[in-house]
Design a protein around this ligand. Structure first.
Ligand SMILES: *[C@@H]1O[C@H](CO)[C@@H](O)[C@H](O)[C@H]1NC(C)=O
Ligand SMILES: *[C@@H]1O[C@H](CO)[C@@H](O)[C@H](O)[C@H]1NC(C)=O
Ligand SMILES: *[C@@H]1O[C@H](CO)[C@@H](O)[C@H](O)[C@H]1NC(C)=O
Ligand SMILES: *[C@@H]1O[C@H](CO)[C@@H](O)[C@H](O)[C@H]1NC(C)=O
Length: 488
């Protein structure tokens, strides 16, 4: 595919011995040479224009080459000067740059470790290959198993430059003293679950150890993404974001990470990180990004302690269109009568995520019918809050699969309320003995994901049995009261 493209290429990388800021943690910048050079040199060329500007090329991939032996005249190509890794933790002054924070990752097999590639779609044999031996192709998105989606994720191509090319003196328009993370703002980013699950959580997993000393080089960059997630973008990086496809300058970096890590659905596996990170640490990252500093948590906790008989707060997500709680007003009154203060939380109402963060983090219990809103369980207070997910008929496993584990990783309480057939709006559409109502599992086995998507997820509301749902609410209410007012 690359060969068909014109040499409307641009490069990204670093050449030569760069002066870098070495050490971090404090504000003090120590300029110095990278110790332990390894003589390899990469050119990352983004061959873009044909695809980006000329829609007649319907190919979805935008190759990015490290090295452009056949396009030396493009001159846009620079390189990443590799640098050895000493195995130390990133961030300590004097330590070598540690690009990769994962344990036993395929990326650790890269010669010199100047570039760390996502090899999650490589088989184990080829995961051993070094960049020098073969071209690396990386689609920097997590959902490698979804062929249809991945066809729309731009591809980055990496090759090692020959020594003579490396000495050619690639021009750097911009020299960065921090490594680059090549990631994408594309994929299912418009859906909040995917924005976190496949975007920001993986990006955080990949670069959090660099403590914002990383430059985000973003494919499919767009202003909506930058605006909607601006707190997270600046929480990840101290630097301006590079719009990889449209920025015409040559950027030079001391190292690069291409692609992001993925530990599972909304998951952080501490044992897979060198610094034992957890999902609670990711929550803390979100708290730091969104929190308005005027109310430190200690102050809140003191207030709560002084209140004699605290009413725990329950946030109830109010969906529109599908998976609506048809008796929502009665459910809210029920929760009040059980002893909660109730907030009705609007879904996708255009409010900035920072205000969503504030609303959700104030809740002791977050309640909602299965949907992307519940991703905001990440905003709840770890170790204290509870998530109550209402699963419509036919999707209890799907619902549980999305959020139960993440809730546990936040050390919070997970509760699931499975709607029965007589609580589903599908009773108005199907006769009582229809397999869709009678045996949803059998119906799904027979008709597959289409039935789930169209009927159980896309065509169903619920009307909750107030008696049974009240029991669940009372249980969560007494749990909330049992918790000491001040958290750890
Ligand atoms: C990777 O390379 C090392 C050293 O060359 C070798 O010992 C190891 O068996 C290789 N692993 C695989 C999966 O090929
Ligand atoms: C990782 O963190 C957990 C909890 O924070 C702790 O119990 C465990 O001992 C830590 N493991 C290592 C290897 O540091
Ligand atoms: C679910 O409720 C919404 C809002 O009331 C309504 O627009 C929609 O038609 C309902 N869907 C079904 C399947 O009843
Ligand atoms: C709804 O069905 C459940 C069993 O699936 C039953 O226990 C309950 O009594 C029914 N409720 C009504 C209002 O019929």
């Amino acid at each position: 595919m690359a060969s068909k493209l014109p040499d409307a290429a641009k490069g990204l990388g670093a050449g030569g011995a760069l002066d870098v800021e070495d050490g971090s943690g404090g504000g003090k910048k120590v300029a110095g040479r990278w110790p332990g050079f390894v003589h390899f040199f990469f050119v990352l060329t983004v061959v873009t224009c044909a695809l980006v500007y000329a829609p007649r090329f319907l190919s979805p991939t935008v190759p990015v080459d490290f090295l452009g032996p056949r396009q030396p005249s493009s001159g846009r190509a620079a390189a990443v000067q590799g640098r050895s890794v000493d195995g130390g933790r990133g961030g300590n002054e004097g330590d070598a740059l540690v690009l990769d924070n994962q344990v036993n990752s395929p990326c650790a097999s890269m010669g010199g470790h100047g570039i760390c590639c996502d090899r999650s779609d490589f088989n184990t044999a080829s995961a051993n290959a070094t960049v020098g031996e073969k071209e690396e192709r990386v689609q920097p998105y997590t959902r490698k198993w979804e062929k249809h989606l991945m066809a729309n994720i731009q591809e980055v191509r990496l090759r090692a430059a020959r020594p003579d090319e490396a000495q050619d003196g690639h021009r750097c328009d911009v020299r960065h003293d921090a490594p680059a993370l090549v990631m994408t703002a594309g994929g299912y980013t418009g859906n909040l679950f995917h924005a976190f699950n496949d975007g920001f959580l993986p990006a955080w997993l990949t670069v959090q150890h660099l403590r914002r000393r990383v430059v985000l080089a973003v494919l499919a960059y767009n202003p909506w993404w930058a605006g909607t997630f601006r707190e997270l973008v600046s929480g990840l990086s101290d630097h301006h974001v590079i719009d990889l496809l449209h920025d015409k300058r040559t950027h030079c970096f001391p190292g690069a990470i291409v692609g992001t890590r993925f530990h599972g659905i909304l998951a952080v596996e501490p044992a897979r990180t060198k610094d034992n990170r957890t999902l609670v640490n990711f929550h803390d990252f979100l708290a730091g990004a969104y929190k308005d500093d005027s109310t430190p948590p200690e102050a809140n906790q003191q207030q709560q302690q002084q209140q004699p008989r605290r009413r725990p707060r329950l946030g109830l997500y109010s969906r529109k269109g599908t998976r609506v709680i048809e008796n929502e007003a009665a459910v809210a009154r029920l929760a009040e009568s059980v002893g909660f203060d109730v907030s009705i939380l609007e879904t996708a109402n255009g409010a900035p995520l920072s205000s969503e963060y504030a609303a959700v983090s104030a809740c002791d219990v977050l309640v909602g019918v299965h949907g992307a809103d519940l991703t905001k369980l990440l905003f709840l207070r770890p170790r204290r809050a509870a998530l109550l997910q209402i699963a419509p008929l036919g999707v209890p496993h799907v619902a549980r699969g999305c959020y139960e584990k993440a809730t546990a990783m936040m050390e919070m309480h997970y509760e699931q309320y499975d709607a029965a057939a007589n609580e589903s709006s599908l009773v108005r559409k199907y006769p009582a003995d229809d397999v869709v109502l009678r045996d949803p599992e059998a119906a799904t086995r027979e008709r597959g994901w289409d039935l789930t998507a169209r009927v159980y997820l896309g065509g169903q509301n619920v009307s909750l049995d107030l008696g049974r749902f009240g029991d669940t609410l009372r249980k969560l209410h007494s749990r909330a009261l049992r918790l000491p007012a001040a958290g750890p």
